[in-house]
Design a protein around this ligand. Structure first.
Ligand code: NDP
Ligand code: MG
Length: 333
């Protein structure tokens, strides 16, 4: 049975005499820090100088300090740095300054689950992970709502740590929407699986393969772009509002019939077998080891692939067409 917590299950007063150190003022960091402060908590920010995020923290009336100093002053210390840098920064600047009774927090379990961030004796690890990007965590909170959160604790964590984690989730607005109890293993493994197989990896590969098939058959790239990438948003919006059934209700009967009869020929038993293999690589730590080592080598394969992917035909056509669609909030990075 899924355990869900709401506002009534969490007590912000538990954080009254605590200092919360938010390490990193990026996507999640800026949202957590501001929401907690607006909820009446004592928040300090650890953010290196010389970047736009440092200036933003200043603009938002925080006094950003080094990660080391923020860790020393914090009772709850939340590491909101990119996952691939957390291990090194933790060992060098965070772990030496943690004291028994402190709580070590994160918003994704990768480093704790795969042993890159190991809390010292007397320190519990608590994950509070919003199921949405940081800007939404902030904007929903400002509207009086919140983004649903996950909570997980290390085995043997105290009830006090759970209560503090729930208070934290309430402070960022998560308890308004609901906080689901999970484990570090479940959060980490399902998150990696989702992004690799469906959300980022699966969808991007599907879109590119569809586009390439049409272009190779001689159709105009612009047509292929609209069919295989642009219109995807309309379909996903329907999923979001009412699941597969609402999408099928909204599209034509012809599209619905094509969905039932052709879809299973694209995602086949063979695809499912590969999904299982990918899941096993996640569970065994093989993926984590590969990604950690890639970063230790300064990410040569990652950077090369990123560069090449930007040059794919669908990206070039997309850039051109998005400029003509003024109603799209188009982005280039
Ligand atoms: P961001 O990339 O947005 O922010 C990273 C922060 O870390 C910035 O303040 C950045 O500062 C700082 N930073 C980066 N590299 C270093 C370094 N080498 N040394 C010191 N500081 C550094 O991260 P996110 O907010 O996206 O992710 C934080 C955590 O939240 C991750 O664990 C992620 O998995 C998790 N999470 C993220 C979600 C999201 O939607 N983004 C959703 C749920 C969880 P600077 O500006 O100086 O580089
Ligand atoms: Mg995810």
């Amino acid at each position: 049975m899924t355990t869900m917590y709401y506002e009534k299950d969490a007590d912000l007063a538990l954080l009254k005499d605590k200092t919360i150190a938010i390490l990193g003022y990026g996507s999640q960091g800026h949202a957590h820090a501001q929401n907690l402060r607006d909820s009446g908590c004592n928040v300090i920010v650890g953010q290196r100088p010389g970047s736009a995020n440092y200036d933003l923290a200043k603009k938002h009336k925080f006094e950003p300090m080094s990660i080391e100093d923020a860790t020393k002053k914090g009772d709850l210390v939340n590491i909101l740095l990119p996952d691939e840098v957390q291990g090194d920064i933790y060992r060098q600047y965070i772990r030496p300054h943690l004291k028994p009774g402190n709580i070590l927090m994160c918003s994704h379990g990768f480093n704790v689950h795969f042993g890159q961030v190991e809390a010292p004796e007397g320190v519990d690890s608590v994950l509070v992970a919003p199921k949405g990007p940081g800007h939404l965590v902030r904007s929903e909170f400002e509207k009086g709502g919140g983004v649903p959160c996950l909570i997980a604790l290390n085995p043997g964590a105290s009830e006090e740590s759970r209560a503090l984690g729930l208070a934290y989730a309430k402070g960022i607005g998560g308890a308004r929407a609901g906080v689901i109890e999970t484990t570090f293993a479940e959060e980490t493994e399902t998150d990696l699986f989702g992004e690799q197989v469906v959300l980022c990896g699966g969808v991007s590969a599907l879109v590119k393969a569809g586009y390439d098939t049409l272009v190779e058959a001689g159709y105009q790239p612009e047509m292929a772009f609209f069919e295989c990438m642009h219109e995807l948003k309309l379909i996903v919006d329907l999923f979001y509002q009412g699941g597969l059934n609402y999408m099928r209700y909204s599209v034509s009967n012809t599209a619905e019939y094509g969905d039932y009869t052709r879809g299973p020929r694209i995602v086949t038993d063979e695809t499912k077998q590969e999904m299982k293999k990918i899941l096993e690589e996640i569970q065994s730590g093989q993926f984590a080891r590969e990604w950690i080592l890639e970063n230790k080598a300064n990410a040569p394969g990652f950077k090369a692939t990123r560069r090449r992917e930007r040059e794919h035909g669908i990206e070039e056509v997309g850039r051109k067409l998005r400029r003509l669609m003024s109603w799209i909030d188009s982005k280039e990075v």
